[in-house]
Write a protein that binds this ligand. Structure first.
Ligand SMILES: Cc1cc2nc3c(=O)[nH]c(=O)nc-3n(C[C@H](O)[C@H](O)[C@H](O)COP(=O)(O)OP(=O)(O)OC[C@H]3O[C@@H](n4cnc5c(N)ncnc54)[C@H](O)[C@@H]3O)c2cc1C
Length: 361
């Protein structure tokens, strides 16, 4: 690979492993700044799955220069607000459109990825599918990535954006510190013409510390998530599903890589951190990692990446875990949470502070 030169005149060539939102963003931002990039994905084509839905204002502005931000904003649903319920009873209603920092957009993750792939194509780069990284070696002046026995790619830097089960992280021997939360959460993506909140996030606090949420993803399409095993059955209100597109279960990992890379190899996105979907920060954090890393690589300041991004990851994990624990509280802790919620419900300044904290980054 050849590429533009950094301060010390070496060509900037980068191999990106993984074409999820993090890897795609890294590739787009590097290509936009003149690097020579190759991006490899083990799947045989673009993903049809949508995990992340919520896109923060920070992500939209980070993705504005490459054109993906405006395209995502134009297609996505803009949330008008969120309503929290205790059982079926509304206890907190917060607007999500009172200023630019409070605007949350919703779009299925595969559509966000499509916009990033289109942006990448504008810089002349195509995702190389059906290429599974098997091993890598850090040499004196380059990184060697191996895809099976016969394909070897050399570049100056390598970015592991290969998700929670990162092969890059394992190959470097970097520990993914943390734990899996007990129990299985469930997810159902449905079509419903009659759900009455097409642009509102609805959360439900259930008995025994369980929760359920309904999130609009696209017109008449909703994501239901619950800490119980059957998301739709867990809802304390009726959602008439005209069609169930997908149902699955997942275990929540709360983990962070003990370091964000080694020499010219870096970890970004879920390869570096994982937490619950409460707060919807995962994909957005990965996009921010990728933008920071791309800029640093092009400026020759990549050694500062870990110091800049690991604390951000730690903070996002803490915020998400605090919110999850509050939502899953029981007994006296739940009573205290509901009392705080009642105050916030009547205090616009507190509502703004909650929203700004949840959507920061
Ligand atoms: C139910 C659920 C809801 C969520 N909701 C939200 C939300 O609303 N907002 C939000 O911000 N986040 C949300 N998230 C989290 C979000 O989906 C992830 O944080 C995000 O997908 C991480 O992106 P990534 O690119 O880092 O990793 P991934 O999306 O996992 O992409 C990694 C890619 O690497 C590829 N890969 C893996 N190994 C190799 C290899 N050896 N060689 C080549 N390729 C490889 C994989 O095939 C994959 O395509 C949610 C997650 C879940 C489970």
């Amino acid at each position: 690979m050849s590429g533009v030169a950094t301060g010390n005149a070496a060509p900037v060539t980068v191999t990106v492993i993984g074409a999820g939102p993090t890897g795609l963003t890294a590739a787009v931002e590097l290509a936009r700044r003149g690097a020579t990039v190759r991006i490899f994905e083990k799947r045989d084509g673009p993903s049809g799955l949508s995990r992340a839905v919520g896109i923060t204002p920070g992500s939209l502005s980070l993705l504005a220069p490459c054109g993906a931000g405006p395209a995502i904003g134009a297609e996505a649903i803009r949330f008008s607000g969120m309503t929290m319920h205790n059982g079926a009873e509304p206890v907190l209603s917060i607007p999500l459109n009172f200023d630019d920092r409070s605007s949350l957009h919703a779009l299925p993750q595969n559509r966000t990825e499509e916009h990033l792939i289109e942006a990448l194509r504008r810089y002349g780069v195509e995702v190389e599918y059906f290429r599974c990284l098997s091993n890598l070696h850090i040499r004196a002046d380059h990184v060697e990535a191996n895809f099976g026995d016969h394909i070897k790619v050399e570049s100056r830097f390598l970015i592991g954006a290969d998700g929670v089960h990162s092969r890059v992280r394992a190959t470097l021997g970097i520990h993914f510190e943390g734990r899996d939360l007990p129990g299985h959460w469930s997810i159902a993506d449905v079509i419903s013409a009659s759900w009455p909140h097409p642009d509102r996030f609805s959360g439900y606090l259930l008995p025994h510390g369980h929760v359920a949420v309904v999130v609009p993803m696209a017109p008449q399409r909703y994501r239901v998530i619950s800490s119980q095993r059957e998301a739709l059955a867990a809802l304390p209100v009726t959602l008439v599903a005209d069609k169930v597109i997908r149902e699955s279960e997942f275990v929540i990992q709360v983990r962070q890589a003990e370091s964000y890379g080694k020499g010219p190899v870096f970890l970004a996105g879920d390869a570096a951190h994982a937490h619950s979907p409460v707060g919807g920060r995962g994909m957005n954090l990965g996009i921010a990692d990728a933008c920071d890393l791309a800029e640093r690589i092009m400026q020759g300041t990549q050694d500062g990446y870990e110091a800049a991004r690991r604390p951000e990851g730690q903070h996002a994990i803490q915020v998400s875990e605090r919110a999850r624990r509050m939502m899953q509280s029981t007994g006296a802790a739940k009573a205290a949470f509901l009392a705080a919620v009642a105050v916030i419900d009547h205090t616009p300044a507190a509502q703004r502070a909650v929203v700004h904290q949840l959507l920061a980054g």
